[in-house]
Design a protein around this ligand. Structure first.
Ligand code: GFB
Length: 321
């Protein structure tokens, strides 16, 4: 980015990734705020991005030069299964409003957030960026997945028709401070922390959904935030970029549960409810393109340290910060 004044608008600024970006901008010497940059973190109080007029008013107010587009209707496996239509419609509308206004207001660059669940369910591994549209996504979250795939279609079309520099990133499953701990709609890590906490408090069994066999790559939100900022500043392509830990860092849901049990010192009954859905078995993503693009390797070891050697302090930090 040029040293001239930049206004970077972060949609979804109060969510898991938005808060992590804010933390990095305010605290990190390498990826933090640069001279001439003004960062704006949008929350739902600023207006509803499903509404075209409200979205236009936000762009009129802030006149962003750059946008990190995180705002979305998001949820874990069970939230998605219960409301595929809502996930599809809300996200289509939000994305259309944000990208349309970004074009109308001459935004220099947009980085939108997708997710590895958009990849085909039946595929070869590891999955890479060329495979986004090569077959239907997993049935559990087809609404969300299709709406997110359309961002890539729009990015290409905005570039082709108007020369816009709109791109997207595809993070693997994310965890960190300010996550959503809802018992039904949350992602697996915050959901299980909450359930384990309740089991401990109430002396009831800690029950995890599914078989525990599915595999996931988890990235820590503040590592992801650095990658978002790097993408905004350095990544030149319109085509998406997977932001993932290495393939070898993939862990099973059972390992996640075991880590949470250990970290919380839970000693009660702990089991799986196999009548509940497993979702996609795995979506192992390659970070080959990312590694090629970044000059300096990232400190991957920190990324999954929490899951490998969970400490009580980390859990406290998570749940209370
Ligand atoms: O985080 P999660 O919902 O993400 O993880 P997905 C789901 C896996 O964890 C499944 C198991 O194998 C579940 O059976 N699991 C066990 C649980 N207990 C729980 C629990 O209490 N809550 C949850 N949520 N899962 C979502 C997509 O999929 O990931 C979204 O549906 C989005 O579209 C997001 O892409 C990143 O990786 O399965």
């Amino acid at each position: 980015m040029s040293p001239a004044k930049s206004v970077i608008l972060v949609t979804g600024g109060s969510g898991l990734v938005g808060k992590a970006i804010q933390w990095v901008v305010e605290n990190d010497s390498k990826y933090g705020q640069r001279e001439g940059e003004e960062w704006v973190y949008l929350t739902s109080k600023d207006g509803n991005l499903i509404d075209p007029a409200a979205t236009k008013a936000i762009f009129e107010k802030y006149r962003p030069t750059h946008v990190i587009h995180l705002a979305a209707k998001v949820g874990g496996l069970f939230g998605n299964m219960a409301a595929n239509l809502d996930y599809f419609r809300d996200n289509l509308l939000i994305n259309d409003n944000v990208l349309h206004n970004a074009k109308e207001f001459g935004v220099k660059k947009v980085v939108s957030c997708l997710s590895t669940c958009i990849f085909p369910d039946k595929t070869t591994y590891p999955i890479d960026e060329t495979m986004v549209h090569q077959g239907p996504p997993h049935d559990s979250n087809y609404g969300y997945s299709h709406s997110k795939r359309m961002v890539d279609v729009m990015n290409r079309a905005y570039n082709q028709q108007y020369g816009c520099n709109f791109t997207s990133v595809i993070p693997t499953n994310v965890f960190g401070p300010h996550d959503n701990f809802h018992l039904v709609n949350s992602h697996v890590i915050p959901g299980l922390i909450h359930k384990c906490y309740l089991a401990q408090e109430n002396g009831t069994p800690f029950i995890m959904a599914g078989t525990g066999r599915p595999l996931r790559q988890f990235i820590y939100s503040r590592d992801l935030a650095k990658l978002f900022i790097w993408t905004l500043r350095e990544y030149k392509e319109i085509t998406p970029l997977i932001l993932s830990v290495p393939e070898e860092e993939e862990v099973s849901i059972k390992q996640v549960g075991d880590s949470i049990v250990k970290a919380m010192g839970y000693t009660g009954d702990y089991r799986f409810d196999t009548s509940k859905a497993d979702g996609q078995y795995k979506k192992t993503a390659s970070n080959k393109k990312l590694k090629k693009k970044i000059r300096k390797g990232l400190d991957w070891k920190t990324t999954l340290s929490w899951l490998r050697a969970p400490e009580k302090e980390n859990l406290g930090y998570w749940t209370h910060s």
